[in-house]
Design a binder for this molecule. Structure first.
Ligand SMILES: [Zn+2]
Length: 245
């Protein structure tokens, strides 16, 4: 029902109107989902269920957060989101962009080169136009798998972080080694080999950690597993915390 309604609205209403009024439209739609069993940790709405997406993801009807957004927000609440820090966020989801923009006491900059996300800047992650040691925290969620020269990107993240600053990194993962092949160039081939038309590799957790380490980071693997949680998180999930020592 969610997908059908979304495609109807997209056909009959201008995109600008939809984006501007997204929070109000979602508030109305969320009325069908209200309950007590689940709770979105980003918008605080209590739900009888999340929207079950075709790909297995669970979306909050109220704020549009996906599992990865709620994972990231939960992680930020563990002490990473402190007063007076500078944050650089790559290609943020709209719900987290809105949430972080409203968060008092932080300096939040979002950036997206593609123009598909809400962003203040259009930085190229492989050539960031900012000085060394600018940020306390970088959010790089589901970005590196799109970047051909990912080592250069990691070096840039390292450069712009302050000492003891951290990058929170997640990508899709596979077992074994990183899978990449420069000969695979077309969208069709990339979809087939890497799972999405604009992905250029699939990382393994260990492979991503090694690559971050080779760029100077201390990379900590945070693994999550267990039964379904109240805020609808993925039952097995991995996030890397790359710290500049
Ligand atoms: Zn929500």
């Amino acid at each position: 029902m969610y997908q059908a309604l979304k495609s109807i609205l997209r056909r009959v209403l201008p995109t600008g109107f939809l984006l501007k009024n997204e929070p109000a439209l979602r508030s109305l739609y969320a009325l069908f989902y209200l309950g007590r069993q689940f709770e979105c940790n980003i918008c605080g709405t209590q739900l009888r269920t999340f929207i079950n997406m075709k790909n297995g993801d669970k979306m909050c009807p109220r704020c549009g957060s996906l599992q990865r957004d709620r994972r990231l927000w939960g992680l930020l609440q563990t002490g990473l989101l402190r007063d007076n820090i500078s944050i650089l966020d790559f290609s943020p989801s709209r719900c987290l962009y809105r949430k972080l923009k409203q968060t008092k006491g932080i300096r939040y900059t979002s950036t997206d080169l593609s123009g598909h996300f809400f962003a203040d800047e259009r930085f190229d992650i492989t050539a960031l136009p900012v000085g060394d040691e600018t940020y306390d925290l970088v959010i790089c969620f589901h970005v590196l798998e799109h970047i051909e020269d990912d080592r250069r990107a990691m070096q840039e993240l390292y450069r712009v972080l302050k000492p003891n600053g951290a990058a929170i990194v997640q990508t899709p993962f596979r077992e074994g080694d990183i899978y990449e092949n420069e000969a695979i160039k077309t969208p069709e081939e990339r979809l087939l080999h890497f799972g999405q038309e604009d992905h250029v590799r699939v990382y393994s957790v260990a492979g991503l950690r090694e690559r971050l380490q080779s760029c100077g980071f201390d990379a900590l693997i945070m693994e999550y597993s267990g039964a379904e949680t109240r805020c609808g998180l993925k039952s097995d999930d991995v996030v890397l915390l790359a710290v500049k020592r």
